[in-house]
Design a protein around this ligand. Sequence first.
Ligand code: NAP
Length: 336
Amino acid sequence: MENKINPADVPKKKLYTGEEIPSVGLGTFGSDKYTPEQVSNAVYGAILSGYRLIDCASVYQNEDRIGEVLQRVFSKTDIKREELFITSKVWNDMHREVLKSCEKSLKDLQLDDIDLYFVHWPFPNYHAPGCSGDSRNPDSKPFSVDEFMDTWRQCEELVEKGMVRHIGMSNMTIPKLEAVLPLCKIKPAALELECHPGFQQPELFEYAVSHGIQPIGYCPIGSPSRPERDRTSEDVADTQMPEIVEIAEAHRVHPALICLKWAVQRGQIPIPFSVKEPQYISNLKCVTEDPLTEEEMGRIQKADKNCRLIKGQVFLWQGAAGWEDLWDLGGEITGA
Ligand SMILES: NC(=O)c1ccc[n+]([C@@H]2O[C@H](COP(=O)([O-])OP(=O)(O)OC[C@H]3O[C@@H](n4cnc5c(N)ncnc54)[C@H](OP(=O)(O)O)[C@@H]3O)[C@@H](O)[C@H]2O)c1
């Protein structure tokens, strides 16, 4: 394949267990726009072109197709299971049945274990796939330390049983982490969080790093294809931010690649999504060449717009004031 990237040339990060993880992965959420087949074909092509980290989740409804292409990789190439780093996530409606959810992901992905298994959201609040932005589930409730820890204990059991090798949290805030980290028998190895130039989350990022938890940045390009329910008129498009556009012109690349170079040089692991071969190849290749200068890194840092794109309003409980309540903006857990 043309433009194949040697996985050895892709920078790595070290988890607190000492294990290495590639510094760029492929996202697999089709944003209600791309079919499971398109996504799984991209997973196959991406692995053949050099990707070794694939970010999956049961709610993306394509793990069975991804499992098929993983088998194809193992049977048709000399790439071995141990060379891949596969993540998955327990969806909100399975917090009381994590074992069952993980068994299903293992079966769908056709794997004996998952490298990193996340609690996708810290609430059991469920929305139907493909729902609209104003859809609300009357059973939704605020974050509860006890309920979250019950879910986390089940994740710890998955590690003890050898079904997953690391566990992680996603969509957390500092107040929530402060409440739960002291209670963990097994510390999260990674934290998945929204992270792109227009929404850098510097405090949460620093908090994770200082606790030995690897940040994994989702929507690293600003998720230009995200579902309608995740769009508002105030949203900033990262690839149109003047700083990103000017730096892209200087490097003669698409602005998307500047977002990814910035992410890797800052220290989070971006997991860009694309089903288009030239895009996913350039998304991996860009971190192996032509880095940003310190001055460019500083310029992007200053360009932060604090513009959250995935506000999560479909997870709101009755009585919540607005999406801000999900993110503990007042410095304390809201609604608990
Ligand atoms: N933990 C969580 O709660 C959570 C939440 C959201 C996402 N995620 C994970 O993060 C992954 C990435 O997030 P995302 O898919 O929302 O957003 P993203 O990676 O920021 O954006 C993906 C879109 O960017 C465009 N793109 C990709 N590469 C490009 C390139 N080289 N040049 C120009 N455009 C490019 C494509 O748009 P077109 O399709 O229009 O070409 C693609 O669909 C997801 O797939 C999922 O695995 C996790």
